[in-house]
Structures are given as C-alpha cells and as structure tokens.
Design a protein around this ligand. Structure first.
Ligand code: DCP
Length: 230
C-alpha cells in the first residue's frame, strides 16, 4: 500500500510541481532525529538531508563544535553563523524526489540554540543582534518552504542519559540544565507557541521510547507524511 502511495506521489510530483513536500525533523539533542531519518532510508523517492554535524566538526580542519563547547562566549557567534549557512544550504537544496526530510532547520537554530545563547548571556547583545538580523533577512527574502514539522518530544533526563551513553567527545560537559533549557525552548516554539513563529503544522511523536518500540511510533508519521504530501 505504501509503495502504491509513493508511486502516486512521484507521478503527482512530476506532473504538478518540482517543489518537494518538505518535512523538518526537530527535537532535543539526543532525541533520535538521525534514527528517525534512517527509518525512511529504505523508502525510495525520499531525499534525506541529515544534519551537517561533520561539517561543523571539520571546517577547513577546524572543529567548530568543539571550540564552541570549550569556550561558548568566544566561539558561540562563529559557530551559530556557520550552522545557519549549512542550514540555509539544506533548505535551498533542490531534490529529485517528491519528499524531502531535513534534520533540523534554520528555525531551531534561531529559536532554540541562538535564543538560549542570547538569554543566558553567552552571546553579547550586539552579536545576537547580527545573528537575528541575518535570520530575519533570510526569513523575509528567501522562500524556505516547510510543509510539516515532526517533533520528537522527549523528557530531558532520558536524552541526558542517551547523550552520556553515546559519548560524543564534544558533548562530555553538557549539563542536564542545558538539556532542560533546550527542551523548554522546543516546547515554547512547537507546542505552546510562545515567542516564536512556527512555519508549518507540527506532528508530535513520543521519542522517549527505546529502540525496540520506536519503530511503531515512527510508523505513525509515515501515514501523515504520505497523506499530506499527496
Ligand atoms: N547544536 C548547536 N546549535 C545548533 C544545532 C546543534 O549547538 N544550532 C549542537 C548540539 C549538539 C550538536 O550540535 O551538541 C548536534 O545536535 P543535534 O541535536 O542537532 O543532533 P543530534 O546528533 O544530537 O541528534 P539526534 O541524537 O536526535 O539524532
């Protein structure tokens, strides 16, 4: 049945428009965004744009992610401006398929990560102003075309344990309080809709589930994504 739906989609895409149905996959650090995207890898005709963490770890030999975690006040601005560039590249990338799944976006960069750096005083107000103006300019001048947001909702203590377990070297010193703040900013943006603009309808999935149960939860989104895309 799913295969048939995809065939209809492909035909629809060819006949009507070259704009893909664009889905942003959002959620706290360690919420399983990469695993979610991998779930769709088996399906032909979906383009997966995974987050360019490797680019952040190696920009002409420099590990910006590491520099940012070691000295956020010094490197936060540089890191977030490069994140924005890589995200804009993903938003703008054309796809040969009718569905495009993106890990994170310019929106979560601005409304969660830059917002956190601003509120906690990591960014100087002038640095924040420059990042904010760039964001507003891009948002107003460039069509970002988002059709659906899949929010992988988690409990901070659950992702905190996952982050410790996966032991990405740069994230060794990440405290639970930071994960809690990021959680609240995701909720403000995607659920309670305070402060920030939300560019598309939001599908909330329970991403606390462990790997053995999560496939069923992911499957809920398959139907939503396909039905909406058709
Ligand atoms: N990061 C950041 N600012 C951003 C985006 C990400 O500081 N605008 C950081 C937080 C993490 C790392 O980059 O240390 C990657 O975070 P993500 O949550 O985007 O990716 P994960 O790999 O944690 O996702 P998941 O585990 O859900 O697959």
């Amino acid at each position: 049945k799913i295969l048939l739906q995809y065939k209809v989609l492909r035909l629809h895409h060819k006949m009507n428009t070259n704009k893909p149905f664009t889905v942003l996959v959002e959620g706290n650090i360690g919420s399983g965004k990469t695993t979610f995207l991998e779930h769709f890898r088996q399906i032909e005709d979906i383009t997966l744009l995974t987050e360019p963490v490797e680019e952040w770890r190696n920009l002409q030999g420099w590990n910006l992610l590491d520099l940012m975690y070691k000295d956020p006040a010094k490197w936060g601005m540089t890191f977030q401006s490069y994140v924005a560039l890589t995200m804009l590249d993903m938003h703008r990338r054309s796809t040969p398929t009718p569905i495009k799944l993106m890990e994170r976006s310019l929106y979560s960069a601005r409304y969660c990560f830059v917002e956190h750096m601003h509120r906690s005083g990591i960014l100087h107000p002038a640095q924040f102003a420059v990042l904010d103006e760039w964001f507003k300019f891009i948002h107003n001048q460039i069509q970002l075309d988002v059709d659906l947001i899949v929010y992988l909702k988690t409990t901070p203590s659950v992702v905190y344990e996952r982050i410790k377990k996966r032991a990405r070297s740069e994230e060794q010193c990440v405290p639970l309080s930071y994960i809690e703040e990021l959680h609240k900013l995701h909720e403000d943006w995607l659920v309670t809709r305070q402060h920030a603009e939300c560019p598309a309808p939001v599908l909330v999935l329970d991403a606390d589930l462990d790997l053995s149960q999560i496939t069923e939860e992911y499957k809920k989104s398959e139907h939503q994504i396909l039905r909406k895309a058709v």
